[in-house]
Unconditional design. Structure first.
Length: 373
């Protein structure tokens, strides 16, 4: 792009915090790399950068796609596009990229094989540049290179994260990208039930597994809707507070907790945060794959929808294979475990008020109507 051509620039990241902390104020953000003689003035409260020549950049969060409907730009920088929860944010950005004689957009992202990233790579008008981690070695800590490369080199995750490869579906995975893309829903009916599912990690030390934390609901249409993936590395008291916060925020009617690792500690920790939480303990008596297969079947039948995209969860789902229970290395798919517990409670368990109870209610209503007639 010619110097000084861009006058109105959009900076878009997965969240508002990412725009601020990575794109603008980060160690490789705009402020850090700007020449002191041409450094923009940063108006933090306005999410705005203003250069001496009159060019302006505004920060936007992909969590709020409608905010990109009105503004017009002649350039944009989009960071971690593959992690945007709402792909329509990209569509709205492009609609407003119409100023100047040759509007351009730069995308910097991990190459997750989402439909949007695959379409961009195949677009004849897109220029694709790949950068492997080793090419940036002189800017990275030696300990990072030693530990991360040793751990992930040669794995699928390593090929994606370290070698910048765009990988296709994992052979034998229970879920595919196409299946999950078909599950994305922009609209949602009223929900009859909402649950928060926890698959707690046994340790919060560096390198430990994540705590799976997923929110899902059962709609009036009989379909399940995945509402939130809040999984991450937490200390025990932190995941408990997060679970209770989600329980309150979504007005859930139950928290589901796997007790194989935590036992009674899961319930006790939740009660310490909020004694009023409705809780149900579940224990895995079968392997992960056996538990997940009925849930995968629900996706194949179109009976589960995702309210937006959940990149980390969907990555884990698309790497979940029938050989998982026999593998001794690698991390546990904690996000998928939490998802499976939530959807099992809503859609499969006949003891709960899931799908079977929903259809039973329809039958009872029909019979009552017949009596009235």
């Amino acid at each position: 792009m010619e110097y000084g051509r861009a006058r109105r620039i959009a900076l878009v990241a997965p969240t508002a915090a990412d725009v601020r902390d990575v794109m603008i104020e980060g160690v490789t953000g705009v402020l850090a790399i700007s020449n002191p003689s041409f450094r923009p003035e940063y108006h933090r409260s306005l999410r705005r950068l203003a250069w001496p020549n009159g060019s302006v950049a505004i920060g936007f969060s992909a969590e709020e796609p409608d905010r990109l409907r009105g503004p017009q730009h002649d350039a944009a920088w989009c960071d971690e596009l593959a992690a945007w929860r709402h792909p329509e944010a990209w569509d709205n950005l492009l609609m407003g990229l119409r100023l100047g004689s040759d509007p351009r957009v730069v995308v910097t992202t991990t190459p997750r094989p989402t439909r949007l990233i695959r379409d961009l790579v195949r677009d004849p008008h897109a220029v694709v540049t790949r950068g492997a981690t080793r090419e940036n070695a002189h800017h990275l800590a030696a300990s990072f290179l030693t530990s991360i490369v040793k751990r992930y080199e040669g794995t699928r995750l390593g090929r994606q994260e370290l070698e910048a490869e765009l990988l296709e579906d994992t052979p034998g995975a229970l879920w595919t990208r196409e299946l999950l893309e078909a599950a994305h829903a922009r609209e949602m009916p009223a929900l009859r039930r909402i649950v928060v599912a926890i698959d707690p990690a046994v340790s919060a030390r560096p390198g430990a597994d994540e705590t799976g934390l997923v929110v899902a609901g059962l709609g009036e249409d009989g379909l399940a809707y995945v509402l939130e993936d809040a999984s991450g590395h937490y200390r025990v008291e932190d995941w408990a507070r997060r679970a209770v916060a989600l329980y309150r925020r979504f007005q859930a009617d139950r928290v589901i907790g796997e007790t194989n690792n935590g036992g009674d500690l899961v319930e006790a920790t939740l009660r310490a945060v909020d004694r009023s939480v409705s809780y149900k303990a579940v224990r895995a008596s079968r392997g992960k794959v056996v538990r997940a297969e009925p849930v995968a079947a629900l996706y194949e039948q179109g009976r589960v929808k995702h309210r937006g995209a959940f990149p980390a969860l969907e990555d884990q789902m698309c790497g979940f294979t029938a050989d998982l229970d026999r593998e001794s290395a690698g991390h546990s798919p904690d996000r998928v475990d939490a998802l499976v517990w939530a959807l099992t409670e809503l859609m499969i368990e006949p003891s709960g008020t899931g799908l079977l109870d929903y259809y039973a209610g329809l039958v009872r209503a029909a019979r009552e109507q017949e009596k009235k007639l």
